[in-house]
Design a binder for this molecule. Structure first.
Ligand code: NAD
Ligand code: DAU
Length: 340
């Protein structure tokens, strides 16, 4: 029976991946390790915990002893590493934990993958490692050959991890792959990120803080399409290769915010332009030709459908996000947005 270790499975994309895999491969065992930082939420995995093929372990991926113990107990056939500090704004405030989790955590996992029989290892990376593209060159896209050129402590930590993954491939022949996906959206997205933040603020009639002039572009992908791509890479990807994932869905932030408002039937007067993010990347845009040609991947959910489904999910799952926004999150929000 394939036995897959999913790290960071109590977070946004990791939890969607857990559900995707349990449904797609009912004969697989899925083990999740997550330290339940502010971004991890066990209630997200409530339904998975009822599945006998699923196990949850609360531990930190930088805790070598705990990770070693887990690998000793289980007979993993693959590792998919989602666990990370993932929010750019937080990395600007406090970079250190980003370096620890995102780089050293990756190292611990790969050391254990080596120790326990050269286990297949997949690193979930990001398009942010390529830096950004100018707004006036819509013909340019990130390919797997685009040089690494990072902007924030977050992206620098993810790029460092990618370099380490490739070093373990070349030096130790660890069977690795890396995926670099564009911005995800969908269920269980933590409220500090653009789309859920705007949905929740709009529902509360609070102002919607748009950084700078709102013209920065992100390339949005429905989270399930990202999960599908990782599953395909895990099963058919070539070892030692990087795969970009994205569905040619570029939108200016201000247009995304207006779309959310229009779905909710709220007024655009809620929009407030606030001080820009330092080092703010202008545009991300993925060229997914490689994964399409090699693995036959394509995105199934259009932005128009995906954003409606997402808003609907937040309306239907208020208990999930109310628990978050009523706790420690409020202190973060006050600190981050007070003087903007
Ligand atoms: P998230 O912040 O929602 O979740 C991260 C999860 O990792 C949380 O459950 C958290 O508790 C856990 N975690 C953090 N530090 C840990 C540690 N030291 N040990 C164990 N668990 C720990 O993040 P996300 O948005 O789901 O992103 C998941 C991965 O995908 C990240 O590696 C991120 O870089 C990458 N990625 C994200 C996006 C996106 O749009 N969100 C796009 C491309 C790539
Ligand atoms: O591209 C992939 C990356 O996408 C992932 O690697 C990161 O983990 C993920 O957080 C995301 O990074 P971004 O910085 O693009 O996402 P965020 O939701 O923080 O911001 C999206 C855009 O919206 C960005 O241009 C900043 C802007 N923004 C964000 C917030 C939170 C605002 O204008 N106002 C806000 O309040």
């Amino acid at each position: 029976m394939p036995n897959i270790l999913v790290t960071g499975g109590a977070g946004f994309i990791g939890s969607n991946f857990v559900y995707y895999m349990l449904e797609k491969h009912p004969d697989y065992r899925i083990v999740c390790i997550d330290s339940l930082t502010y971004a991890g939420n066990l209630s997200t995995l409530e339904k998975a915990l009822q599945n006998e093929n699923f196990r949850f372990v609360k531990a930190d991926i930088t805790d070598r002893e705990a990770v070693d113990k887990l690998f000793g107990e289980e007979n993993f056939t693959a590792v998919v590493n989602f666990a990370a500090e993932s929010h750019v704004d937080r990395s600007i405030e406090s970079p250190e934990v980003f370096l620890k989790t995102n780089i050293l955590g990756t190292q611990v996992l790969m050391d254990m993958a080596r120790k326990y029989g050269n286990i297949r290892y997949h690193q979930v990376s990001t398009d942010e490692v390529y830096g950004d593209l100018p707004l006036d060159r819509p013909d340019l896209f990130f390919t797997e050959e685009t040089p690494i050129h990072t902007s924030s402590p977050y992206s620098a930590s993810k790029a460092s991890a990618d370099l380490l993954v490739m070093a373990y491939y070349r030096t130790y022949k660890l069977p690795v792959t890396i995926s670099r996906c564009s911005n995800n959206y969908g269920p269980y997205h933590f409220p500090e990120k653009l789309i859920p933040l705007m949905i929740i603020n709009a529902l509360h009639g609070k102002s919607l803080p748009v950084y700078g002039d709102g013209l920065n572009v992100r390339d949005w992908l429905y989270v399930e399409d990202h999960c599908k791509a990782i599953d395909m890479i895990l099963h058919g990807g070539r070892i030692g290769e990087v795969y970009n994932i994205g569905g040619h869905n570029e939108r200016a932030n201000i247009d995304v915010v207006k779309t959310v408002l229009s779905i909710l039937g709220k007024d655009e007067s809620l929009i407030t332009y606030v001080k820009d993010r330092p080092g703010h990347d202008m545009r991300y845009a993925i060229d997914p030709t490689k994964i399409k040609n090699e693995l036959g991947w394509y995105p199934e959910t259009t932005f128009e459908n995906g954003i409606k489904k997402t808003v609907e999910w937040y309306l239907q799952n208020e208990a999930w996000w109310q628990e978050i926004v009523s706790g420690e999150y409020m202190n973060y929000y006050e600190k981050m947005y007070k003087d903007r």
